[in-house]
Design a binder for this molecule. Structure first.
Ligand code: FAD
Length: 286
């Protein structure tokens, strides 16, 4: 099923994310976790993609397994930086053969010292055009409520986002944020630019206080005082942080759904216990 159709016919739903292993030895463990999450019946599940194609075949295999094993539509991520242009068509053919109907088209993070291959895509918008020209796929793209770190301003980033959407994007998925006010402001700003497609906000349940400061710094995500107080108080206690992080994420999700957002994406990170706790907390809502 195309995710766009799903978004147009829901009164509110959740999706979960998993990432593929780096090595074949770990595939079955990751697959088992993904299927456990899929058994919670999210509206769809996304499977990330290693920059530079490191997990190319694992992304596809995991996405296929989620769809065939549990009947949950998969959103396969695909990055294009460092990928020779000729390879993209083959990847799309493989995706189609595997029954994948939804792709999140991304540029990918540029590795240090990155030199573009001749003729390779520079921006995700070019990948979006390529996938649309191939035909048949529902295409999502990334967006950044606080602006992308490489762009000189958030306002300029939104203008580039408009170009990307105009290349044929069907829906957007956001980077994580911890203050829903930032998301609502971003939505007003992009709607004013004429971006009318659905936006799926991404919420990260923070269960490990030690990692989050670094992740936020790298991704340009701000931590509001309210969340920082939680980190200060519970960050050093794994069980308390686990519970507080899930409850904070649930509060964000309830607020987003109440505001009329059709779907919230949860960065569940291969953790069935986290996905199950969120599902359980929201059992009378979704
Ligand atoms: C929901 C989500 C899922 C993600 N999943 C993955 C994943 O699975 N694997 C992975 O490796 N990474 C993933 N990422 C990270 C992503 O690859 C990085 O953030 C990457 O740096 C940018 O990718 P993009 O597709 O947003 O790039 P683009 O849309 O191409 O933008 C990249 C930068 O270029 C600028 N730009 C765009 N167009 C132009 C132009 N015409 N001229 C000049 N500048 C321009 C933008 O403002 C931005 O700063 C994900 C991010 C999000 C938000």
């Amino acid at each position: 099923m195309h995710i766009l159709n799903l978004l147009q016919n829901t009164r509110g739903c959740l999706s979960f994310e998993v990432f593929p292993p780096k090595k074949a030895d770990n595939f079955s463990t990751v697959e088992a976790a993904a299927l456990e999450i899929a058994a919670l019946r999210p509206a769809f599940m996304s499977v990330t993609y290693g920059a530079g194609g490191a997990t190319d075949s694992f992304t596809l295999a995991l996405a296929r397994s989620i769809q065939q094993g549990c009947g949950v539509p998969a959103l396969a991520h695909m990055t294009c930086c460092g990928v020779p242009r000729a390879e993209i068509g083959q990847r799309l053919t493989d995706m189609r053969a595997a029954g994948i109907e939804n792709i999140l088209a991304l540029r990918g993070d540029l590795p240090q010292g990155y030199v573009s291959a001749p003729g390779a895509f520079r921006y995700a918008a070019e990948l979006v055009r390529e996938i649309k020209a191939y035909g048949g796929f529902c295409v999502g793209a990334a967006c950044y409520p606080e602006g992308h770190t490489e762009c000189r301003s958030a306002a300029q980033d939104r203008l580039y986002l408009k170009e990307k959407v105009d290349a044929g994007v069907d829906f957007l998925a956001t980077q994580m944020f911890f203050d829903n006010g930032l998301l609502y402001k971003f939505l007003y700003q992009i709607r004013a630019l004429g971006i009318a497609i659905p936006v799926i906000p991404g919420v990260m349940p923070v269960t490990n206080g030690a990692q989050i400061e670094r992740i936020c710094k790298l991704s340009g995500t701000s931590l509001p005082a309210r969340f920082r107080a939680i980190l200060d108080k519970y960050g050093a206690s794994p069980a308390a942080m686990h519970q507080a992080g899930i409850l904070y994420a649930c509060e964000q999700i309830v607020d987003l759904l109440a505001a009329g957002i059709p779907a919230v994406h949860v960065y569940s990170m291969n953790k069935p216990a986290v996905a199950a706790a969120i599902r359980s907390n929201l059992r009378d809502i979704l």
